[in-house]
Ligand binder design. Sequence first.
Ligand SMILES: NC(=O)c1ccc[n+]([C@@H]2O[C@H](COP(=O)([O-])OP(=O)(O)OC[C@H]3O[C@@H](n4cnc5c(N)ncnc54)[C@H](O)[C@@H]3O)[C@@H](O)[C@H]2O)c1
Length: 343
Amino acid sequence: MSDSPSVVRIGVIGFGQWGPNHVRNFGLFEGCEVRRICDSSDARLAAARKFARGVSVTKNPADITEADDIDAVVVATPTGTHHALVRAALLAGKDVLCEKPLARTAAECRELAALAAQHRRVLMVGHVFLYNPAVLHLKTDLDRGELGRIYYMDAVRTNLGPVRSDVGAIYDLASHDISIFNFLLGAEPLEVSATGSSVLQKGIEDVGFLTLHYPGNIVCHAHISWLNPRKVRQLTIVGDHKMAVWDDMNNLEPIRHYDKGVTADHYSSFGEFHMILRDGQITIPKVKMSEPLQQQDADFVDCVRTRRTPVSDARRGLAVVLALEAALESLHHHGRTTRVANP
Ligand SMILES: NC(=O)c1ccc[n+]([C@@H]2O[C@H](COP(=O)([O-])OP(=O)(O)OC[C@H]3O[C@@H](n4cnc5c(N)ncnc54)[C@H](O)[C@@H]3O)[C@@H](O)[C@H]2O)c1
């Protein structure tokens, strides 16, 4: 098998809700073919046969991980299965794109990162928001200092369903927000405190409120839930110069910049001051939206071809899981502030 194949031959493991989106996207790219699809469910294999005519299907993941005619493996199965499947693929010399979160535990993530490095394989984690044009726009804003010094970020990710039973809402949903916070700030949280509750299934939280403390006294909060009447996907960023709101439900005008702020004005020699509110223009930058998953999958193919390390690499995946692990520990201790280990 060549390290820079002219045609990248893909095998997709997991054809549930999300796997078909990968099959569709990889099928669009020049010089890339989906060769095989694996799922443990007969019903899903029947769906795969209809969806991707001519692509062979199997119930056995080894038919993909061990196959000579597969260069790269996409793992889109439930989180608890990621470690074993990714491990098998890396050991067989495949490049891997694994859905988020990379694994259940940080120890598993560390093992996978080490294996990828040892075997010189691409290991990308599907933190798809790092390919969202609005997130990339905000990243440029922050890096240019448009908002000034960042005070805090507040994310809301709620909806009614989809409800999972393999992981709780924190692993499922907050993994997105933590990946976004880490990316935008170019940093990882030091501490987390999380509360929430399990209503529908014992021991599996449906709602979570996470407060993450980042270096530089920056606080990030995420409210996530799959038991909520409204689908909200929103991020507010407050800086000392400007503020921004990203509404991921608004494809035409996803970002608004608010020239708003508060400064303290000293008006006497006795240390008295009053607060001056600045309430200026609201501007809507033009953001050309495209399908983030398509960008992510195209980047994976490019990494396979060029042997480049993806932005969303194993270290980034590990950093997210470290924060998730700490958040669950905090949740189990009623919101106790919990240290997040270094990646
Ligand atoms: N990036 C995103 O926005 C996003 C969105 C949805 C899901 N995801 C991620 O994708 C992954 C899958 O999510 P989903 O919603 O498609 O789940 P799902 O439960 O709908 O589908 C998973 C599929 O994997 C199959 N499966 C389970 N174990 C298997 C195994 N060992 N071998 C082969 N097949 C197996 C199941 O039969 C099922 O069809 C999860 O990691 C999830 O977090 C990411």
